[in-house]
Ligand binder design. Structure first.
Ligand code: HEM
Length: 147
């Protein structure tokens, strides 16, 4: 089965919320990066109840959705993703944190899909997310810190 079929046939109506507790479990230091109106969240639970943070979850899933829709032509998202990477560098996100998001995404998919999360499906999602993260990482390469 091709990568695109593996992804499209799994019915990715995902429970995006599951990514988040996992994200902060894996790296609690990510919490301070999410600040709105200079207000820092005291706990992941407080962060989860903030509308701005829930909006960010939707933004992440919209990007993933766009990547799934352009599987055969991911290069058309290249420039957008590179700029998105630059924006994340500007708010203090480290490149390594994208792997943590990827791990959380795969964890959530595994929990949601159960037996349908075959090794093939896992590999397809992993490749897709890696392609997105790699394109975003170019934002750091073209704008190294201190430039
Ligand atoms: C640990 C990882 C991440 C952190 C800490 C982080 C943090 C942020 C922050 C602080 C903002 C600006 C405020 C906001 O719009 O909520 C932002 C914007 C955004 N993020 Fe993330 N983010 C992360 C990962 C990602 C990933 C993996 C994606 C997509 C695959 C993504 C997609 C977006 C989008 C689309 C925006 C809006 C950009 C715009 O306004 O043009 N983020 N992120």
């Amino acid at each position: 089965m091709s990568q695109s079929r593996s992804i499209r046939t799994t019915g990715e109506r995902s429970k995006t919320m599951s990514i988040i507790p996992r994200l902060f479990d894996l790296d609690p230091d990510l919490l301070p990066l999410f600040q709105y109106n200079c207000k820092q969240f005291a706990s992941p639970q407080e962060c989860l109840s903030a509308p701005e943070f829930l909006d960010h979850i939707r933004k992440v899933m919209l990007v993933i959705d766009a990547a799934v829709s352009h599987l055969e032509n991911l290069s058309c998202l290249e420039e957008y993703l590179c700029n998105l990477g630059k924006k994340h560098q500007a708010v203090g996100v480290k490149v390594e944190s994208f792997s943590t998001v990827g791990e959380s995404l795969l964890y959530m998919l595994e929990k949601c899909l159960g037996a349908a999360f075959s090794p093939e499906v896992q590999e397809a999602w992993s490749k897709l997310y890696s392609a997105v993260a790699k394109a975003m990482q170019r934002g750091w390469e073209t704008h190294p810190e201190g430039d």
